[in-house]
Design a binder for this molecule. Structure first.
Ligand SMILES: NC(=O)c1ccc[n+]([C@@H]2O[C@H](COP(=O)([O-])OP(=O)(O)OC[C@H]3O[C@@H](n4cnc5c(N)ncnc54)[C@H](O)[C@@H]3O)[C@@H](O)[C@H]2O)c1
Ligand SMILES: CC(C)[C@H](C(=O)O)[C@@H](O)C(=O)O
Ligand SMILES: [Mg+2]
Length: 356
Protein backbone atom coordinates (compact mmCIF):
# COMPACT_ATOMS: atom_id res chain seq x y z
CA UNK A 1 0.00 0.00 0.00
CA UNK A 2 1.69 3.17 -1.17
CA UNK A 3 0.62 6.54 0.16
CA UNK A 4 1.87 9.82 -1.25
CA UNK A 5 2.01 12.36 1.56
CA UNK A 6 1.67 15.95 0.35
CA UNK A 7 1.47 18.33 3.33
CA UNK A 8 1.55 21.58 1.30
CA UNK A 9 1.45 25.01 2.93
CA UNK A 10 0.41 26.77 6.11
CA UNK A 11 -1.32 24.49 8.60
CA UNK A 12 -1.04 21.69 6.00
CA UNK A 13 2.30 20.57 7.40
CA UNK A 14 1.06 20.69 11.00
CA UNK A 15 -2.14 18.70 10.49
CA UNK A 16 -0.67 16.10 8.11
CA UNK A 17 2.08 15.35 10.65
CA UNK A 18 -0.65 14.36 13.13
CA UNK A 19 -2.49 12.18 10.59
CA UNK A 20 0.76 10.42 9.68
CA UNK A 21 1.43 9.79 13.36
CA UNK A 22 -2.00 8.21 13.68
CA UNK A 23 -1.47 6.02 10.59
CA UNK A 24 1.90 4.89 11.90
CA UNK A 25 0.24 3.71 15.11
CA UNK A 26 -1.88 1.16 13.25
CA UNK A 27 -0.44 -2.31 12.81
CA UNK A 28 -0.48 -1.96 9.04
CA UNK A 29 2.38 -1.77 6.61
CA UNK A 30 2.37 1.35 4.48
CA UNK A 31 4.97 2.75 2.21
CA UNK A 32 4.73 6.51 2.69
CA UNK A 33 6.60 8.99 0.56
CA UNK A 34 6.46 12.74 1.14
CA UNK A 35 6.79 15.46 -1.50
CA UNK A 36 6.44 19.21 -1.77
CA UNK A 37 3.30 20.72 -3.27
CA UNK A 38 1.73 24.17 -3.56
CA UNK A 39 3.62 27.27 -2.45
CA UNK A 40 6.31 25.13 -0.82
CA UNK A 41 7.00 23.44 -4.17
CA UNK A 42 6.92 26.78 -5.98
CA UNK A 43 9.56 28.14 -3.58
CA UNK A 44 11.78 25.09 -4.05
CA UNK A 45 11.26 24.26 -7.74
CA UNK A 46 9.42 27.19 -9.32
CA UNK A 47 6.20 25.18 -9.84
CA UNK A 48 3.31 24.33 -7.47
CA UNK A 49 2.90 20.83 -8.91
CA UNK A 50 6.35 19.57 -10.00
CA UNK A 51 6.46 16.57 -12.36
CA UNK A 52 7.96 14.39 -9.61
CA UNK A 53 5.13 15.21 -7.17
CA UNK A 54 2.49 14.47 -9.78
CA UNK A 55 4.20 11.19 -10.71
CA UNK A 56 4.42 10.15 -7.07
CA UNK A 57 0.69 10.85 -6.63
CA UNK A 58 -0.27 9.01 -9.82
CA UNK A 59 1.85 5.97 -8.87
CA UNK A 60 0.38 5.69 -5.35
CA UNK A 61 -2.74 3.92 -4.12
CA UNK A 62 -3.76 7.06 -2.27
CA UNK A 63 -2.70 10.63 -1.60
CA UNK A 64 -2.87 12.22 1.82
CA UNK A 65 -3.03 15.96 1.20
CA UNK A 66 -2.87 18.88 3.64
CA UNK A 67 -3.69 22.22 2.05
CA UNK A 68 -2.12 24.73 -0.30
CA UNK A 69 -2.10 28.51 -0.59
CA UNK A 70 -0.94 31.68 1.00
CA UNK A 71 -1.75 35.31 0.36
CA UNK A 72 1.87 35.95 -0.63
CA UNK A 73 1.38 33.98 -3.86
CA UNK A 74 -1.79 35.81 -4.91
CA UNK A 75 0.04 38.05 -7.39
CA UNK A 76 1.67 35.17 -9.31
CA UNK A 77 0.40 34.25 -12.75
CA UNK A 78 -2.47 31.84 -12.24
CA UNK A 79 -0.67 28.68 -13.49
CA UNK A 80 1.97 29.21 -10.81
CA UNK A 81 -0.37 29.79 -7.88
CA UNK A 82 -0.43 27.10 -5.15
CA UNK A 83 -4.13 26.33 -5.74
CA UNK A 84 -3.24 25.06 -9.22
CA UNK A 85 -1.54 22.11 -7.53
CA UNK A 86 -4.72 20.69 -6.05
CA UNK A 87 -6.67 21.49 -9.22
CA UNK A 88 -3.94 19.80 -11.30
CA UNK A 89 -3.96 16.69 -9.10
CA UNK A 90 -7.76 16.44 -9.36
CA UNK A 91 -7.64 16.84 -13.13
CA UNK A 92 -4.66 14.58 -13.87
CA UNK A 93 -5.83 11.81 -11.56
CA UNK A 94 -9.44 12.11 -12.77
CA UNK A 95 -10.74 12.60 -9.22
CA UNK A 96 -14.28 13.49 -10.24
CA UNK A 97 -16.18 12.35 -7.15
CA UNK A 98 -15.66 14.34 -3.97
CA UNK A 99 -17.28 13.06 -0.77
CA UNK A 100 -17.63 15.60 2.04
CA UNK A 101 -19.48 14.07 4.98
CA UNK A 102 -20.83 16.58 7.50
CA UNK A 103 -21.36 14.70 10.74
CA UNK A 104 -22.10 16.45 14.00
CA UNK A 105 -20.53 14.38 16.76
CA UNK A 106 -22.65 14.32 19.88
CA UNK A 107 -19.85 15.95 21.91
CA UNK A 108 -19.69 18.94 19.57
CA UNK A 109 -23.36 19.88 19.46
CA UNK A 110 -22.52 22.95 21.54
CA UNK A 111 -19.60 24.00 19.31
CA UNK A 112 -21.74 24.92 16.33
CA UNK A 113 -23.15 28.39 15.90
CA UNK A 114 -26.55 26.79 15.29
CA UNK A 115 -29.09 25.73 17.92
CA UNK A 116 -28.28 22.25 19.33
CA UNK A 117 -31.66 20.77 18.34
CA UNK A 118 -31.05 21.67 14.69
CA UNK A 119 -27.80 19.75 14.44
CA UNK A 120 -27.87 17.00 17.08
CA UNK A 121 -27.53 13.70 15.20
CA UNK A 122 -26.77 15.40 11.90
CA UNK A 123 -25.22 13.13 9.28
CA UNK A 124 -25.29 14.41 5.72
CA UNK A 125 -23.09 13.61 2.78
CA UNK A 126 -22.26 16.22 0.18
CA UNK A 127 -21.11 14.76 -3.11
CA UNK A 128 -19.38 17.40 -5.18
CA UNK A 129 -18.45 16.89 -8.83
CA UNK A 130 -14.77 17.84 -8.88
CA UNK A 131 -13.31 17.94 -12.38
CA UNK A 132 -15.81 19.98 -14.39
CA UNK A 133 -17.96 23.10 -14.17
CA UNK A 134 -16.74 26.69 -14.26
CA UNK A 135 -13.52 25.56 -12.54
CA UNK A 136 -12.19 23.88 -15.67
CA UNK A 137 -14.36 25.23 -18.53
CA UNK A 138 -12.64 26.95 -21.45
CA UNK A 139 -12.39 29.63 -22.70
CA UNK A 140 -11.53 31.89 -19.83
CA UNK A 141 -9.49 35.00 -19.53
CA UNK A 142 -9.40 38.78 -19.71
CA UNK A 143 -10.05 40.95 -22.73
CA UNK A 144 -11.49 44.25 -23.83
CA UNK A 145 -15.26 44.05 -24.06
CA UNK A 146 -16.77 44.53 -27.49
CA UNK A 147 -20.37 44.40 -26.25
CA UNK A 148 -22.29 44.24 -22.95
CA UNK A 149 -22.93 47.19 -20.65
CA UNK A 150 -19.47 48.74 -21.06
CA UNK A 151 -17.94 48.14 -24.53
CA UNK A 152 -14.25 49.08 -24.53
CA UNK A 153 -13.80 48.27 -20.83
CA UNK A 154 -11.60 45.48 -19.50
CA UNK A 155 -13.63 42.37 -18.70
CA UNK A 156 -13.01 38.84 -17.46
CA UNK A 157 -14.89 35.67 -18.33
CA UNK A 158 -15.08 31.99 -17.40
CA UNK A 159 -17.04 29.14 -18.95
CA UNK A 160 -19.49 27.02 -17.01
CA UNK A 161 -19.97 23.68 -18.71
CA UNK A 162 -20.91 20.06 -18.05
CA UNK A 163 -21.26 17.23 -20.53
CA UNK A 164 -23.94 14.58 -20.17
CA UNK A 165 -21.47 11.76 -19.33
CA UNK A 166 -19.86 13.89 -16.63
CA UNK A 167 -23.24 14.42 -14.99
CA UNK A 168 -24.25 10.78 -15.44
CA UNK A 169 -21.18 9.40 -13.68
CA UNK A 170 -21.45 11.66 -10.63
CA UNK A 171 -25.21 10.99 -10.49
CA UNK A 172 -24.56 7.24 -10.37
CA UNK A 173 -22.03 7.75 -7.55
CA UNK A 174 -24.59 9.80 -5.64
CA UNK A 175 -27.52 7.41 -6.12
CA UNK A 176 -25.34 4.48 -5.06
CA UNK A 177 -24.20 6.36 -1.96
CA UNK A 178 -27.81 7.26 -1.10
CA UNK A 179 -28.78 3.61 -1.53
CA UNK A 180 -26.33 2.68 1.24
CA UNK A 181 -27.74 5.38 3.55
CA UNK A 182 -31.26 6.72 4.05
CA UNK A 183 -32.16 6.52 0.35
CA UNK A 184 -32.78 10.23 -0.12
CA UNK A 185 -30.90 12.31 -2.68
CA UNK A 186 -31.16 16.06 -3.22
CA UNK A 187 -29.69 17.35 -6.45
CA UNK A 188 -28.74 21.01 -6.14
CA UNK A 189 -28.75 23.16 -9.27
CA UNK A 190 -29.57 26.56 -10.72
CA UNK A 191 -31.71 25.26 -13.55
CA UNK A 192 -34.01 28.28 -13.30
CA UNK A 193 -31.23 30.46 -14.73
CA UNK A 194 -28.37 28.39 -16.15
CA UNK A 195 -28.44 26.09 -19.19
CA UNK A 196 -25.61 24.01 -17.68
CA UNK A 197 -27.76 23.22 -14.67
CA UNK A 198 -30.92 22.54 -16.69
CA UNK A 199 -28.90 19.76 -18.35
CA UNK A 200 -27.69 18.73 -14.89
CA UNK A 201 -31.26 18.45 -13.62
CA UNK A 202 -32.49 16.59 -16.72
CA UNK A 203 -29.65 14.08 -16.60
CA UNK A 204 -29.90 13.45 -12.83
CA UNK A 205 -33.65 12.87 -13.28
CA UNK A 206 -33.00 10.42 -16.11
CA UNK A 207 -30.35 8.50 -14.15
CA UNK A 208 -32.76 8.43 -11.21
CA UNK A 209 -35.09 6.14 -13.17
CA UNK A 210 -32.52 3.39 -12.58
CA UNK A 211 -32.78 3.93 -8.81
CA UNK A 212 -36.51 3.73 -7.99
CA UNK A 213 -35.65 2.93 -4.37
CA UNK A 214 -33.97 6.33 -3.88
CA UNK A 215 -36.22 9.37 -3.35
CA UNK A 216 -34.82 12.16 -5.53
CA UNK A 217 -35.65 15.81 -5.15
CA UNK A 218 -34.22 18.93 -6.76
CA UNK A 219 -33.41 22.19 -5.09
CA UNK A 220 -32.06 25.50 -6.35
CA UNK A 221 -28.70 26.34 -4.83
CA UNK A 222 -29.86 29.55 -3.15
CA UNK A 223 -32.66 27.69 -1.40
CA UNK A 224 -30.27 24.85 -0.52
CA UNK A 225 -27.91 27.34 1.15
CA UNK A 226 -30.84 28.59 3.22
CA UNK A 227 -32.26 25.12 4.03
CA UNK A 228 -28.82 23.93 5.19
CA UNK A 229 -28.96 26.30 8.12
CA UNK A 230 -32.75 26.27 8.60
CA UNK A 231 -33.33 22.53 8.69
CA UNK A 232 -30.10 20.67 7.91
CA UNK A 233 -31.43 17.29 8.99
CA UNK A 234 -33.89 17.28 6.07
CA UNK A 235 -30.89 16.28 3.89
CA UNK A 236 -29.36 12.83 3.48
CA UNK A 237 -27.14 12.90 0.38
CA UNK A 238 -26.67 16.10 -1.62
CA UNK A 239 -25.17 15.99 -5.12
CA UNK A 240 -24.06 19.12 -6.88
CA UNK A 241 -21.54 20.71 -9.24
CA UNK A 242 -18.01 21.79 -8.51
CA UNK A 243 -18.57 25.42 -7.51
CA UNK A 244 -21.86 25.00 -5.62
CA UNK A 245 -20.32 22.01 -3.83
CA UNK A 246 -17.31 24.07 -2.77
CA UNK A 247 -19.51 26.71 -1.21
CA UNK A 248 -22.16 24.46 0.32
CA UNK A 249 -19.56 22.18 1.92
CA UNK A 250 -17.88 25.07 3.73
CA UNK A 251 -21.35 26.14 4.90
CA UNK A 252 -22.12 22.59 6.04
CA UNK A 253 -18.85 22.44 7.97
CA UNK A 254 -20.26 24.83 10.54
CA UNK A 255 -23.06 22.36 11.20
CA UNK A 256 -20.40 20.02 12.55
CA UNK A 257 -18.91 22.62 14.88
CA UNK A 258 -15.96 23.76 12.79
CA UNK A 259 -14.41 23.59 9.36
CA UNK A 260 -11.59 21.79 11.16
CA UNK A 261 -13.91 18.76 11.47
CA UNK A 262 -14.85 18.21 7.80
CA UNK A 263 -12.83 15.50 6.00
CA UNK A 264 -13.01 14.66 2.32
CA UNK A 265 -12.29 11.94 -0.19
CA UNK A 266 -11.82 12.56 -3.90
CA UNK A 267 -12.07 9.42 -6.00
CA UNK A 268 -11.50 8.36 -9.58
CA UNK A 269 -12.87 5.35 -11.41
CA UNK A 270 -9.93 3.18 -10.23
CA UNK A 271 -10.68 3.77 -6.54
CA UNK A 272 -7.50 5.75 -6.31
CA UNK A 273 -8.17 8.66 -4.04
CA UNK A 274 -6.91 11.92 -2.66
CA UNK A 275 -7.79 12.58 0.96
CA UNK A 276 -7.72 16.06 2.42
CA UNK A 277 -9.56 18.20 4.92
CA UNK A 278 -12.16 20.43 3.27
CA UNK A 279 -10.52 23.55 4.65
CA UNK A 280 -7.51 25.46 3.37
CA UNK A 281 -4.04 26.37 4.60
CA UNK A 282 -5.41 28.88 7.14
CA UNK A 283 -2.51 31.37 6.91
CA UNK A 284 -4.09 33.33 9.79
CA UNK A 285 -3.26 30.56 12.28
CA UNK A 286 -0.36 28.77 10.54
CA UNK A 287 2.74 28.09 12.62
CA UNK A 288 0.93 28.61 15.91
CA UNK A 289 0.28 24.94 16.60
CA UNK A 290 -3.43 25.55 17.20
CA UNK A 291 -5.06 24.14 14.04
CA UNK A 292 -7.54 21.32 14.42
CA UNK A 293 -6.02 18.14 12.91
CA UNK A 294 -9.22 16.07 13.18
CA UNK A 295 -10.51 16.75 9.64
CA UNK A 296 -7.19 15.43 8.32
CA UNK A 297 -7.14 12.46 10.68
CA UNK A 298 -10.72 11.65 9.63
CA UNK A 299 -9.64 12.01 5.98
CA UNK A 300 -6.95 9.39 6.67
CA UNK A 301 -9.74 7.13 7.97
CA UNK A 302 -11.65 7.69 4.71
CA UNK A 303 -8.45 6.76 2.86
CA UNK A 304 -8.23 3.45 4.71
CA UNK A 305 -11.88 2.75 3.90
CA UNK A 306 -12.10 3.81 0.24
CA UNK A 307 -8.65 3.24 -1.26
CA UNK A 308 -6.82 0.80 1.00
CA UNK A 309 -9.61 -1.64 1.85
CA UNK A 310 -9.00 -1.35 5.62
CA UNK A 311 -12.50 -0.76 6.97
CA UNK A 312 -11.64 -1.94 10.49
CA UNK A 313 -8.70 0.45 10.78
CA UNK A 314 -10.91 3.29 9.50
CA UNK A 315 -13.48 2.56 12.18
CA UNK A 316 -10.76 2.40 14.83
CA UNK A 317 -9.61 5.92 13.94
CA UNK A 318 -13.16 7.26 13.91
CA UNK A 319 -13.83 5.69 17.31
CA UNK A 320 -10.58 7.17 18.66
CA UNK A 321 -11.63 10.65 17.48
CA UNK A 322 -14.97 10.28 19.26
CA UNK A 323 -13.14 9.11 22.37
CA UNK A 324 -10.90 12.18 22.57
CA UNK A 325 -13.91 14.42 22.04
CA UNK A 326 -15.70 12.55 24.84
CA UNK A 327 -12.64 13.17 27.02
CA UNK A 328 -13.33 16.87 26.54
CA UNK A 329 -10.22 17.66 24.49
CA UNK A 330 -10.69 20.56 22.07
CA UNK A 331 -8.55 22.66 19.76
CA UNK A 332 -9.44 26.37 19.84
CA UNK A 333 -11.94 26.23 16.97
CA UNK A 334 -14.21 23.76 18.82
CA UNK A 335 -13.45 24.91 22.35
CA UNK A 336 -16.30 25.76 24.70
CA UNK A 337 -16.44 26.36 28.44
CA UNK A 338 -15.88 23.27 30.53
CA UNK A 339 -13.67 21.56 27.95
CA UNK A 340 -9.86 21.35 27.80
CA UNK A 341 -8.04 23.40 25.18
CA UNK A 342 -5.23 21.48 23.46
CA UNK A 343 -2.72 22.16 20.70
CA UNK A 344 -2.59 20.49 17.28
CA UNK A 345 0.09 18.09 18.51
CA UNK A 346 -1.67 17.29 21.78
CA UNK A 347 -4.83 16.46 19.85
CA UNK A 348 -2.87 14.11 17.56
CA UNK A 349 -1.19 12.50 20.56
CA UNK A 350 -4.57 11.99 22.23
CA UNK A 351 -5.94 10.23 19.15
CA UNK A 352 -2.85 7.98 19.08
CA UNK A 353 -3.39 7.16 22.76
CA UNK A 354 -7.09 6.49 22.21
CA UNK A 355 -6.19 3.94 19.52
CA UNK A 356 -4.34 1.79 22.03
N1 LIG B 1 -7.74 22.18 -0.77
C1 LIG B 1 -6.96 23.19 -0.42
O1 LIG B 1 -5.74 23.08 -0.40
C2 LIG B 1 -7.58 24.51 -0.03
C3 LIG B 1 -8.89 24.59 0.40
C4 LIG B 1 -9.44 25.83 0.73
C5 LIG B 1 -8.64 26.97 0.65
N2 LIG B 1 -7.34 26.86 0.23
C6 LIG B 1 -6.43 28.00 0.24
O2 LIG B 1 -6.11 28.29 1.60
C7 LIG B 1 -5.80 29.67 1.72
C8 LIG B 1 -6.64 30.26 2.85
O3 LIG B 1 -8.00 30.30 2.44
P1 LIG B 1 -9.21 30.72 3.38
O4 LIG B 1 -8.70 31.53 4.52
O5 LIG B 1 -10.25 31.27 2.52
O6 LIG B 1 -9.79 29.33 3.93
P2 LIG B 1 -9.27 28.39 5.10
O7 LIG B 1 -10.14 27.19 5.07
O8 LIG B 1 -7.81 28.17 5.00
O9 LIG B 1 -9.55 29.20 6.45
C9 LIG B 1 -10.83 29.76 6.74
C10 LIG B 1 -10.94 30.01 8.23
O10 LIG B 1 -11.08 28.76 8.91
C11 LIG B 1 -10.04 28.58 9.86
N3 LIG B 1 -9.58 27.18 9.76
C12 LIG B 1 -9.39 26.45 8.63
N4 LIG B 1 -8.94 25.24 8.95
C13 LIG B 1 -8.84 25.17 10.28
C14 LIG B 1 -8.43 24.15 11.19
N5 LIG B 1 -8.03 22.93 10.81
N6 LIG B 1 -8.45 24.44 12.52
C15 LIG B 1 -8.87 25.63 12.97
N7 LIG B 1 -9.28 26.64 12.15
C16 LIG B 1 -9.26 26.40 10.82
C17 LIG B 1 -8.92 29.55 9.43
O11 LIG B 1 -8.11 29.90 10.53
C18 LIG B 1 -9.71 30.69 8.84
O12 LIG B 1 -10.11 31.58 9.84
C19 LIG B 1 -6.06 30.28 0.36
O13 LIG B 1 -4.84 30.39 -0.33
C20 LIG B 1 -6.98 29.28 -0.31
O14 LIG B 1 -6.91 29.31 -1.72
C21 LIG B 1 -6.80 25.64 -0.08
C1 LIG C 1 -8.18 25.79 -3.06
C2 LIG C 1 -9.35 25.61 -3.95
C3 LIG C 1 -8.88 25.38 -5.35
C4 LIG C 1 -10.29 24.49 -3.50
C5 LIG C 1 -11.54 24.47 -4.37
O1 LIG C 1 -12.12 25.52 -4.67
O2 LIG C 1 -11.93 23.38 -4.77
C6 LIG C 1 -10.77 24.51 -2.05
O3 LIG C 1 -11.58 25.60 -1.76
C7 LIG C 1 -11.48 23.22 -1.71
O4 LIG C 1 -12.62 23.26 -1.26
O5 LIG C 1 -10.85 22.16 -1.86
MG1 LIG D 1 -13.32 25.07 -0.64
Amino acid sequence: MKIAVLPGDGIGTEIVAEAVKVLNTLDLKFEMETALVGGAAYDAYGHPLPEATLKLAMDSDAVLFGAVGDWKYDKLDRPLRPEQAILGLRKNMGLFANFRPAICYEQLVGASSLKPELIAGLDILIIRELTGDIYFGQPRGRRIATDGHFPGAEEAFDTMRYSKPEIERIAHVAFQAARKRNKRLTSVDKANVLETFQLWKDVVTEVGQQYPDVALDHMYVDNAAMQLVKEPKRFDVVVTGNMFGDILSDEASMLTGSIGMLPSASLNTKNQGLYEPSHGSAPDIAGKGIANPLATILSAAMMLRFSLNQEKAAQRIEAAVQKVLAQGLRTGDIYSEGTTKVSTREMGDAVVKALA
